[in-house]
Design a protein around this ligand. Structure first.
Ligand code: ATP
Ligand code: ATP
Ligand code: MG
Ligand code: MG
Lengths: 259, 259
């Protein structure tokens, strides 16, 4: 069973997709074979890794809603160790369509436990979640070993955290008692912006050890990379953003057995 | 019937809440009496205008789901011309709860047409939407005269626009034939970032006149203001952010009769 990490936060634009793509690339550099699951109807992870619209005939929608075997929806990326299950707008109706199913919270977990996934030899799965505490996000939490929460260093950032933690508690009680918090990673960290210091101090005071040591600086190379269908590690390897995501991958990998 | 504008874009973190608060403040400066409806379970507009948790016993959830009269949920802000219907996490379950209702897309519109709203004399209503094309966002589009789309000057920005326009077309056909596009407002516009120029050129090429003349610059005062429960117009009146939102209010007001 590959180590599965959900990247979730219902606050929009905090760096979920950016973290999914670049953490996955960092884990690949360390030798892991990684699968990204794009669970956001916007399909930003899929676009950021260069999956064309043509290659999204079968997506995470078909996996979760129709129960197709995972090997039929997995796409390669430019990175030989990194694969993706892409998404598109079809996924927007998934919540409604699975609402009445008995196993509505377990559909993604069941799909990722399909025997045909084993042949790919993934050691890690990273799930990019949409900006809501919807049934899709619950599916990701039920399917995951841990949750990584990107927290933007801005005023509205801390507001939604308690709600997310309540959802985690509910998922632990009802479906996935082993779900851990991998941590909270501060994103778009900008020492020139006084809000960054406030949010960081607040987060470390209230969440303590849960806040990752690695912080991700605001770095224009990070936002440019997806327009070239690359991770920032590939696009500008010596940039501050690339170095930060490498450090994040190392910090998380240090807690796991080597690939 | 007050002129009603929905601020929507399913992409997260593009400046919906920031635009709702600061456009409303700009319209108040021009003499309009304005009501903000916070339709996002995160409640960022409510927090950004200083509505405490205590004051959110009755919220937009009660208005939409339970059909309480609007005058019981309206709260004052520091700005005498600006009021708000706040929200909190209760709203997260609204989509499921109204799903089976006959009038599920019209609930907000019905609520805002309640006769007891007339006594407040609002000339304009601004609706802050969550980052999804959910039933709540559809309710906002059905209740509105027009849609204002904040578009962040970043790579992923243009990707979701076609989906949003499809939703607008569906709402026009099924529930609100008069829904117009007020425009697309470029946010976090930063001339130092080469993506800004790309996104702006792309947006003006594909949407033409729909792109507002006013662009909103990335400006740290804008992100600091909500931590003081103020609009940026109040917090730092001569900042670039405040001037831009004043210009946006003027550009929109010029299309309307004077207050
Ligand atoms: N460290 C960073 N430095 C600069 N820009 C960044 C950084 N991280 C993310 N961004 C940019 O900020 C925007 C939001 O990031 P991203 O799309 O990853 O957030 P998200 O949480 O996935 O958004 P959504 O809620 O819509 O899914 C993107 O345009 C991205 O390129
Ligand atoms: N012009 C600007 N300059 C600097 N920062 C900005 C600007 N506009 C918005 N921000 C900041 O960017 C972040 C995202 O903005 P905001 O919360 O308004 O977006 P949103 O679209 O409402 O997000 P969500 O999708 O979560 O509802 C906030 O921290 C906000 O303070
Ligand atoms: Mg995303
Ligand atoms: Mg918002």
């Amino acid at each position: 069973w590959p180590y599965t990490i959900a990247i979730a936060n219902q606050k929009g634009g905090v760096g979920k997709t950016t973290t999914a793509i670049n953490l996955a690339a960092g884990l690949c550099e360390l030798g892991y074979r990684v699968l990204i699951v794009d669970l956001d109807p916007q399909g930003n992870s899929s676009t950021g890794l260069g999956v064309s619209a043509r290659d999204r005939k079968l997506t995470s929608y078909d996996l979760v809603v129709d129960g197709v075997a995972p090997d039929t929806v997995i796409k390669e990326t430019r990175n030989p160790r990194l694969s993706i299950i892409p998404s598109n707008a079809d996924l927007a109706s998934a919540d409604l369509e699975i609402m009445s199913s008995e196993r509505r919270s377990f559909l993604l977990r069941d799909a990722l436990q399909h025997p045909r996934l084993e042949a790919f030899g993934f050691e890690c799965i990273v799930i990019d979640c949409p900006p809501s505490l919807s049934l899709l996000t619950v599916n990701a939490l039920v399917a995951s070993d841990s949750l990584l929460v990107p927290l933007q260093c801005e005023f509205f950032a801390l507001e939604g955290l308690s709600q997310l933690m309540l959802t985690v508690r509910d998922v632990r009680r009802s479906a996935n008692p082993n779900l851990r918090i991998e941590g909270i990673v501060l994103t778009m960290h900008d020492v020139r912006n006084r809000l960054t210091a406030l949010v960081e101090a607040d987060a470390r005071a209230t969440m303590g050890e849960l806040v990752m040591r690695t912080t991700i600086p605001r770095n224009v190379r990070v936002s440019e990379a997806p327009s070239y269908a690359m991770s920032v590690l590939e696009y500008e390897s010596t940039s501050k953003g690339a170095e930060a995501y490498r450090a994040l991958a190392k910090e998380i990998a240090a807690r796991r057995p080597a690939p």
